[in-house]
Design a protein around this ligand. Structure first.
Ligand code: CA
Length: 381
């Protein structure tokens, strides 16, 4: 089997109304989809995650840095392809845009492999530990006019009503406001719900410490990205300050860099994003590292339906750390923010029902990309 063409689709859709989190306003959702075509008529899909960045930046990497190196290659040589592409990006910093673009390509290669063999990707990764996952409600971004913590309490109660047993809120709006939110939500949902917060790097170590200590009585399960990932030693300072776990990893790339986090023992929860950090090929190696260091992995999942489907295949193969008769299973991040094309892009194939999400078991990613949605959202200029 040989790769004969690579198609790139930068997508964009405007949000119904602008929202914000601790770092920026969000008035649109964007993504780069990659379709790799083979001489056997099988094609695979991948996604490069765009967190507010224009997808044409990733498109340029795929088209101008990687296309020529892919034509004629066998998709089953994914390991060789990954290492070769990664090696060519040294001058780009071997992270960021370069690795996100490789991720999109790698996910598409695994989709091809699965389709060619008639097997879900998790089978090619070595099997699934679970048929379904328990999602946690990953809170929406904020809209102007909403009053906090009242709005958060309202949202938390509605998630509990829908059957969620874990909830994560966007924070990073000031120490006092964040602590008030944690306290109000804990009081409203009771002691049984896993409560998490994500500051998206809004703080320094001193302020993050204050939040951890002031919220000590509220049984916060994890504090995600309290400070920027560039400041790894700051994470090590915050870890074990309280019983709250420290989580990060969505802005990290490749086994080389995850190894540094693990060696520094700076995190309790590692959050690699398959469509950012290098795809399945590299994800499998990061999983092996995390297992060796006994650090739990809960992937970051915030893209379109293609990224969601890829994340579910990855989740299937994540071993509980450690394995046991009644293990602490990895949760699934379930993005509840507005996304105009996350679900219709894959025909609503990933559904939350009765507190769980079933892992698609069809060939490859197990979902079909709706080309009419791609056509409708394509950035053409
Ligand atoms: Ca996050």
């Amino acid at each position: 089997m040989k790769i004969v063409d690579i198609k790139t689709y930068p997508l964009c859709a405007m949000a119904k109304r602008p929202t914000y989190y601790s770092q920026d306003w969000i008035d649109r959702r964007m993504s780069l989809l990659v379709e790799i075509l083979t001489d056997e008529g099988i094609s695979g899909w991948g996604e490069g995650f765009c967190s507010g960045q224009h997808p044409k930046i990733l498109q340029a990497m795929v088209e101008h840095a990687f296309r020529e190196r892919l034509i004629g290659k066998n998709p089953f040589d994914n390991d060789v392809i990954y290492e070769t592409l990664y090696n060519t990006t040294r001058a780009y910093g071997q992270g960021g845009v370069a690795t996100i673009a490789i991720s999109a390509i790698d996910v598409a290669l695994w989709d091809i492999k699965g389709k060619a063999l008639g097997l879900p990707i998790y089978q090619l990764l070595g099997g699934t530990y679970r048929k379904q996952v328990t999602p946690y409600a990953s809170g929406p971004t904020r809209a102007p006019g909403e009053v906090y913590p009242q709005k958060a309490v309202e949202q938390a109660l509605s998630y509990v009503e829908k059957g969620f047993r874990g909830i994560k809120f966007k924070t990073g709006f000031g120490v006092k406001e964040d602590v008030a939110l944690i306290h109000a939500v804990r009081e409203a949902v009771g002691p049984e719900i896993r409560l998490m917060v994500d500051a998206n790097c809004a703080y320094d170590v001193a302020k993050a410490k204050r939040i951890l200590l002031d919220a000590q009585g509220d049984d916060l399960y994890w504090f995600e990205e309290p400070i920027s990932p560039e400041h790894r030693s700051g994470y090590a300072e915050l870890k074990n300050l309280t019983k709250t776990y420290l989580a990060a990893g969505e802005c990290e790339y490749s086994k080389i860099h995850y190894k540094d986090w693990l060696e520094a023992r700076a995190l309790d929860v590692l959050q690699p994003d398959l469509c950012v950090m290098g795809g399945f090929t590299e994800g499998k190696k990061v999983l092996a590292l995390a297992q060796a260091y006994m650090v739990q992995v809960v992937p970051h999942m915030w893209g379109t339906g293609v990224g969601l489907a890829a994340g579910l295949q990855f989740l299937a193969n994540i071993p509980p750390m450690p394995l046991a008769l009644f293990p602490d299973e990895p949760m699934m991040e379930y993005d509840l923010s507005d996304h105009p094309f996350r679900d219709d892009l894959i025909g609503w194939a990933v559904r939350y029902e009765d507190g769980v999400i079933k892992i698609p078991d069809g060939p490859g990613l197990g979902v079909q990309v709706d080309r009419s949605v791609v056509e409708r959202l394509l950035i053409r200029d």
